[in-house]
Design a protein around this ligand. Structure first.
Ligand code: FUB
Length: 324
């Protein structure tokens, strides 16, 4: 039986969902999550347990309604270039078209970022024949700025392969950075007006502390790991992300969509489960955090559930930390 959504409870319980990217389209909240399969797979640092094969898009008329699963929007078998692991997606609207951005391994096992299009926010989506040229790694998040320029932020360490691209080309056996060196940053690329190609090669984003010093690779409470999200608040750009090994969602602020971003603090303390992944959206004058945890599955890392709660800002623009 369907019931109204409740803060900090799974949006849906009939399937496992993760990595929620929430947007307001056509007056409703649409959530673009990963669809975790109900499979028992041994966890490893490569993320082989995340063996997802399709996307289901969720929607909410408002926050007093039930959450609708709009069914399968895209399946691995219909993505010509992909071989496995449909990880965290995002969506954007421009040119009277909805774009679904998603990572998957190509036929050589290298993560790339693909695009699929639809006339409707919940799909079905049709995938492009090839991934975005020049794309790599995982977790795309797209900002269509107020001037209609669009940026895609992406990248993830470990199974997400970001370390393998430190030199600009793929190195299957990378080293470093050392703990005392600047951490790897997420990548940003501006999209062309077609929303299907990069305007220029992805650039590394710099995340610095209040004194202008780069966040170091050994500072695992602060350094970038995966799951970027970009939103604007009072004209500033807020880059938020997961710290991976320390399981925080943290954020940094800039005046520029490409940074540098000044580290500010924690948005979400650790949830049950190894991964943490989120998005932030404004709906009817309030701000909300969408995130996931593993409570529904009793703590199984690859069986996650999407939840939401309200997010509040302080008068100085900092975000109040949420304890899940
Ligand atoms: O869902 C697979 C991966 O787990 C995502 O791409 C990461 O952000 C982490 O949540």
């Amino acid at each position: 039986m369907s019931k109204k959504v409740t803060p900090k409870e799974p949006l849906v319980t009939h399937i496992y969902t993760a990595d929620p990217s929430a947007h307001v389209f056509e007056g409703k909240i649409y959530i673009y999550p990963s669809h975790d399969l109900d499979l028992d797979i041994q966890s490893n640092d490569n993320g082989d347990q995340y063996a997802m094969e399709d996307y289901h898009i969720l929607s909410l008329d408002d926050l007093n309604s039930t959450c609708i699963d709009n069914g399968e929007a895209l399946h691995l078998k219909d993505i010509p270039w992909a071989s496995k692991q449909l990880w965290a997606p995002d969506a954007a609207y421009k040119n009277n078209t909805y774009y679904l951005y998603f990572p998957a391994r190509d036929k050589d096992g290298i993560f790339r970022i693909g695009v699929a299009t639809s006339s409707f926010p919940a799909g079905p989506f049709k995938a492009e024949k090839d991934p975005i040229p020049g794309s790599f790694s995982i977790d795309p998040a797209v900002l269509v700025d107020d001037d209609q320029r669009a940026y895609v932020y992406f990248g993830g360490l470990w199974g997400g392969q970001l370390e393998k691209w430190q030199t600009g080309s793929y190195n299957p056996n990378p080293e470093g950075p050392a703990e005392s060196e600047p951490a790897l940053g997420p990548r940003v690329a501006e999209l062309n007006d077609d929303m299907l190609t990069f305007k220029s090669a992805p650039e590394q984003i710099s995340i610095i502390d209040e004194n202008g010093k780069p966040i170091l690779a050994g500072d695992e409470d602060k350094r970038y790991f995966e799951g970027p999200w970009m939103h604007k608040y009072n004209g500033k750009y807020y880059l938020s992300y997961s710290t991976g090994t320390t399981h925080y969602i943290v954020y940094a602020i800039s005046d520029n969509p490409k940074g540098p971003f000044v580290f500010k603090g924690k948005i979400l303390t650790p949830v049950l489960g190894w991964t943490t992944h989120h998005s932030i959206v404004k709906f009817q004058d309030k701000w909300y955090l969408f995130y996931h945890d593993c409570t529904l599955s009793g703590g199984i890392d690859n069986k996650r559930s999407v939840k939401y709660c309200e997010l509040k800002y302080n008068a100085d623009g900092t975000i109040q930390t949420i304890n899940p």
